[in-house]
Write a protein that binds this ligand. Sequence first.
Ligand SMILES: NC(=O)c1ccc[n+]([C@@H]2O[C@H](COP(=O)([O-])OP(=O)(O)OC[C@H]3O[C@@H](n4cnc5c(N)ncnc54)[C@H](OP(=O)(O)O)[C@@H]3O)[C@@H](O)[C@H]2O)c1
Length: 259
Amino acid sequence: MMPFALITGGGKGIGKCIATELAKRKYPVLLVARDEKSLQEHATTLSNTYGVAAHYLALDLGKVGATQILMDWITSNNYHVGILVNNAGYGLSGPFTKYSANDHLEMMRVNMEVPVALTAALLPMLTKNAPAYILNIASSAAYQAVPGLTAYAASKSFVLSFSRGLRHELKNTGVSVTAASPGSTDTNFANRADVGVKALKTAEKVNMTPEAVAAIAVTALFNKKPEVITGFVNQLGAFLVWLLPKKLAESIAASLYGL
Ligand SMILES: NC(=O)c1ccc[n+]([C@@H]2O[C@H](COP(=O)([O-])OP(=O)(O)OC[C@H]3O[C@@H](n4cnc5c(N)ncnc54)[C@H](OP(=O)(O)O)[C@@H]3O)[C@@H](O)[C@H]2O)c1
């Protein structure tokens, strides 16, 4: 039997579409997120449509100890994982001071700590099941500081740097690591981040669909690419950020978020 693909945040948005892409390729899937209903619906759709096993666990990955609960679920069910997709994540937009320290720390747990903890816990199994793959969902915000999404952008820089470093370390293990960086994508992300009207209107002009983003990310994973920025507009954006003085790139971003 094919090893399982574990997708955090696999019931909605980009993660849901990544789960579909992998099920299409006949990978059985494990979906983890908070909302049980969307997980159950997507697991049922995937097993009915693609004939793969699809299991789910409703779990808040922002809570301390969540990774251990997830690992206990994997171990007690004897699931063999060959693909880890660290996709669950969210942003908090507006001034840094709009949120409590705990709000920032909980976001950092989901965006940064959980991917690191899951990678550490699953690496022995991934190595055993090689060829195996890790796909980390970063962001176009990983390539610059973004006033108005300050802690979020920093968390995604972490994801990108962590992915590249780990990939190098694992080069002789049969475990490949890919970072995929979407730009604005038509999901619930902007709502949850409480993004203001100006940033929303700009995003609408360049939004990609989560299906398109997932297809690019999963192709990059199987092609063992170190890093992919989804879509030409986002690639151009990252190039301009590299070209422009940092202060200017940061001022442009700040104005989008009303700062
Ligand atoms: N959309 C964009 O414009 C964009 C751009 C760049 C990068 N990204 C990144 O893409 C990834 C997916 O986001 P998306 O755009 O698909 O947004 P989304 O539709 O809001 O999906 C976020 C996913 O993460 C899960 N999640 C969030 N908090 C969680 C928690 N505490 N515990 C467990 N699961 C949690 C959500 O499931 P539940 O709500 O059921 O928990 C959902 O499945 C994120 O890492 C995001 O940072 C998005």
